[in-house]
Design a protein around this ligand. Structure first.
Ligand code: SF4
Ligand code: SF4
Length: 364
């Protein structure tokens, strides 16, 4: 598929009733917004990331998907930061509960990275896997079409290969693209990953990719796998963290951690939320809202009589041990996909791969 073909595909998605969302530039970062044409995409831009650092810089080509990940993730679309759950209206003695409308909007997300899609599957398991699926999430998920893009370079804080979640787009996508760019060509290797994806691609009558074109794309993705900015040794990590609850290393992290919750808000798998009831002064109209919460907030662990995790040390330990150890007990998989957002967007540059390496060195 060439650039004109991709533009036709975006137009075809809008015509099929999808609102197309994807990477755009806003506030000096790659953020998710509406994509009406290819000019909305971050053409020729990439992100430089390090612990506590993120900046957009120009690439030396016109790649459309040549970035890694930014502060936004699919979580914003599927589990919005704030949403009303229901409204109650009192008229005299009668109380009426008005549930929220189930979302019906069809969204096509263009340009989801492999780790992003794995994070969505991780959240699916949490929010849809039990006896009581989250109805709002379920409706949004059913209406979401995913067009993934395999990475051909890795960011400074990426470690998806350590977590088995990238850089190649696999399960969970409807269509997978690999952007191939050189002095002589700019095209995409396209693969239908679901029947819905195949149906949408079929009218475009794309030519078959030659084996050499496929090989070049695969080589570029394989090169990205070798450029990871970070590594996490996961062998025995779950058990080590469970046994190192009293390690003095948690005290060391606590001297640096601001308990600001940035890491949980940018994390694409963190799902904790709280509910708040608001009412008018007459008590005739009230609303229940759900909003993102964080285990870094002291009142997050409030039980009768006070917060269970009063120290920063206990809150950081809870976060890290849930991500990399107890999540596996609960859901059979890690709660981390190696996207690196928590490292990049930590204002003091705390790096979970470095903290784990220190724990591993101290408790061999
Ligand atoms: S814990 Fe950090 S690296 Fe892992 S998925 Fe969350 S934000 Fe990404
Ligand atoms: S680890 Fe960093 S981002 Fe997370 S709460 Fe502590 S200071 Fe904030």
């Amino acid at each position: 598929m060439d650039l004109a073909g991709l533009a036709d595909f975006v137009a075809a998605l809008w015509s099929a009733g999808y609102r197309v969302i994807g990477p755009t530039v806003g506030d000096g970062a790659i953020v998710y917004g509406e994509v009406r044409s290819l000019s909305d995409l971050p053409q020729g831009l990439t992100d430089q990331q390090e612990a506590g650092q993120y900046r957009l810089v120009r690439r030396n080509d016109d790649a459309l998907f040549g970035f890694h990940v930014g502060p936004h993730s699919l979580k914003r679309l599927l589990l919005p930061p704030k949403e009303r759950l229901f409204t109650t209206i009192r008229k005299g003695p009668a109380l009426t509960v008005v549930p929220e409308q189930i979302p019906t909007e069809k969204i096509a997300f263009l340009g989801a990275k492999a780790c992003e899609i794995q994070a969505m599957l991780t959240q699916d398991q949490v929010l849809l896997g039990g006896h009581h699926p989250d109805v709002q999430y379920l409706a949004r998920r059913r209406n979401l079409l995913i067009i993934g893009t395999s990475c051909t370079s890795a960011g400074g804080t990426c470690f998806c290969t350590s977590m088995g979640s990238g850089p190649s787009v696999g399960e969970g996508a409807d269509v997978a693209l690999t952007e191939v760019i050189s002095e002589s060509t700019h095209h995409f290797i396209v693969e239908a990953k679901s029947s819905r994806g195949a149906e949408l691609l079929s009218p475009l009558r794309l030519p078959s990719a030659s084996s050499s074109e496929q090989q070049i794309a695969a080589q570029q993705v394989a090169a990205a796998a070798k450029q990871m900015g970070r590594t996490l040794v996961t062998d025995g990590l779950k058990e080590l963290i469970a046994q190192a609850m009293d390690s003095s290393h948690w005290d060391s992290v606590a001297t640096r951690c601001l308990s600001c919750a940035n890491c949980t808000l940018v994390c694409p798998t963190c799902f904790c939320n709280t509910v708040e009831d608001v009412t008018d002064l007459a008590g005739e109209h009230s609303e229940r809202w759900r909003r993102w919460d964080s285990c870094f907030h002291e009142d997050f662990s409030y039980l009768h009589g006070g917060a269970v995790r009063q120290s920063v040390k206990s809150r950081y330990r809870q976060w890290l041990s849930h991500k990399l150890s107890t999540w596996i007990d609960q859901f059979g998989r890690s709660g981390c996909v190696g996207c690196g957002r928590c490292i990049t967007f930590c204002p003091v540059g705390i790096d979970l791969t470095a903290e784990c390496a220190t724990l591993q060195a101290r408790h061999p």
